[in-house]
Design a protein around this ligand. Structure first.
Ligand code: ADP
Ligand code: MG
Length: 494
């Protein structure tokens, strides 16, 4: 740890308390949680873990900040300015965030800089621009009973938002959640994942520095079953936004149902990636490798099932194998690392369990399938063939660097198999034939479609899923639906 930048040492030493009502406070019952470096499996630091009392204090603070202001009385332009200020501050501290993200998640620092931190800043700036564009509509009444009316809608902030995020892109997820809520004039209680609280806590410091009023953003790391469950069930919450596993998403939906709070969910995926024989394989092969191995496969939109047209099956599989075997595994902070570890020992066990079960079921490992000789929670990039549609490795989200490769020959059969999943987050294809490309876009039941690319995440593009991949869309214009209530006003004027 000694070669860390001193700013990061300082952050690790400081990281600890919860941000509640604009103050850094310890957990009321003294709860803490350990933070590990997945690249070494060593403990980095401990931070406060919110319990139900802290959750309550944070919701009360957010409630007061929403109901009593001054937040609600700020002009939209002022909210834009504050979000831009926060974007500037994150950008100024970009290297610190990249190091924190790399330490906490294990991701390669190069990716943390270019993907996570840059992406977070872009989302803050893009979303800032929505604050003063949340307009309503003027509506001619369709069948007025009598008289003359002027009718219109206005959009108002939905209120106190409980936001629960996962560990795979901690800073990006925090920003995806808080930026649109703040743009709309909501207040927030953000619960980072217990595995990765560090960047959200640093973001909390910058939120204070930017000048957001106390209570507008509360940040409370804590365990899912305690803090997360208490937050989702809290009656002071108007809206819950959750990103994470489908299993927990279902529990969140139940909690939301009890209070009839609004809820949006961004859940798991098992996304099909289709390589046609006519594709530019020079791009399709590395692109398909990146689609799964980026972030060690820990992305909800990973292209974890690749369907390859028969004539090029062997060529594409051996190409992806070569890409996988060329990836340099190593600790996040090593500039040369291209593939980091899995976030936790528990997650590593899940990933290897799926692969071991597939082998026991008769699948073939073409590469990987084991841990390398490295101290942290690493797993080799893995490609599995000879699978049957009913195998878990084909059906379940592994959330690791594990790709299933399947040959196809008939297009309709391909579509049936690609859509034979309870998920519907992303799908994509590689082809030079426009008709095939648009057919895939038409036929896949998924919220995000990629042609000759993968995982282009842009603040303007809505993200969300069909089927069990979730409810609602985040980013882009979707902010309007997620974080506002529509009020219809009717004025009699005759
Ligand atoms: P994973 O299994 O990959 O850790 P989860 O869906 O469990 O993914 O975690 C995503 C987020 O959901 C984390 O912030 C976690 O603390 C939170 N969480 C987990 N269980 C619950 C729960 N029962 N209620 C609310 N939040 C939860
Ligand atoms: Mg969990």
């Amino acid at each position: 740890m000694t070669d860390l930048p001193s700013t990061v040492h300082a952050i690790l030493d400081r990281a600890g308390p919860l941000l509640v009502d604009g103050e850094w406070v310890d957990a009321i019952d003294g709860g803490t949680l350990p933070v590990f470096d997945p690249s070494t499996a060593e403990e980095l630091t401990t931070v406060a873990a919110a319990g139900p009392k802290d959750v309550d204090a944070a919701v009360v603070a957010a409630r007061r900040a929403f109901d009593e202001g001054p937040w609600r009385r700020l002009s939209p332009g002022e909210r834009t300015r504050l979000l831009w200020r926060l974007a500037d501050l994150v950008e100024e501290h970009a290297e610190e965030f990249a190091v924190l993200e790399s330490l906490d998640v294990g991701k390669p620092i190069v990716a943390a800089r270019a993907g996570d931190v840059r992406g977070a800043v872009a989302v803050l700036r893009y979303t800032a621009g929505w604050a003063d564009k949340l307009e309503g509509e003027t509506l001619p009444l369709a069948a007025p009973p009598d008289g003359e009316y002027h009718a219109f809608t206005v959009r108002e902030p939905v209120g106190v938002c409980a936001q629960i995020i996962p560990w795979n892109y901690p800073l990006v997820m925090a920003v995806w959640k808080i930026a649109p809520a703040l743009a709309a004039g909501c207040t927030v209680v953000l619960k980072p994942a217990e595995e990765t609280p560090l960047s959200a806590l640093r973001l909390g410091e910058l939120i204070k520095e930017a000048g957001f009023p106390p209570g507008v953003v509360n940040i409370i790391p804590g365990f899912g079953e305690t803090a997360g469950a208490a937050l989702a069930a809290h009656t002071g919450v108007d809206k819950i936004a959750f990103t994470g596993s489908t299993e927990v998403g279902r529990q969140i939906a139940h909690a939301a149902a009890d209070n009839l709070s609004r809820v949006s969910l961004e859940l798991g995926g098992k996304s099909p990636n289709v390589v046609f024989a006519d594709a530019d394989l020079e791009r399709a092969i590395p692109g398909s490798a990146r689609a799964i191995f980026t972030n060690a496969g820990q992305s909800c939109g990973s292209g974890s099932r690749v369907y390859i047209e028969e004539p090029v099956f062997d060529e594409v599989v051996s190409g992806i194998v070569a890409e996988a075997e060329a990836l340099r595994l190593g600790p996040g902070l090593d500039e040369r690392s291209q593939l980091g570890p899995i976030v936790s020992a528990r997650q590593l066990e899940r990933v290897s369990g799926y692969v071991d079960d597939a082998v026991a079921d008769g699948a073939t490992i073409v590469t990987g399938g084991a841990r390398p000789e490295l101290p942290g929670w690493f797993y080799r990039p893995t490609i599995v063939t000879d699978v049957r549609a009913e195998m878990q490795i084909v059906r379940e989200e592994v959330f690791g660097p594990v790709l299933v490769a399947v040959p196809f020959s008939d297009y309709d059969d391909l579509v049936r198999r690609a859509n034979d999943t309870r998920f519907g987050l992303a799908a994509g294809t590689w082809t030079r034939d426009l008709r095939k490309a648009f057919r895939v876009v038409r036929d896949m039941r998924a919220g995000r479609l990629y042609v000759n690319c993968w995982s282009v995440i842009d603040p303007a593009l809505p993200v969300g899923g069909f089927k069990e991949s979730g409810w609602g869309r985040e980013m882009g214009r979707a902010v309007r639906e997620l974080y506002t209530e529509v009020k219809a006003a009717c004025v009699r004027i005759d």
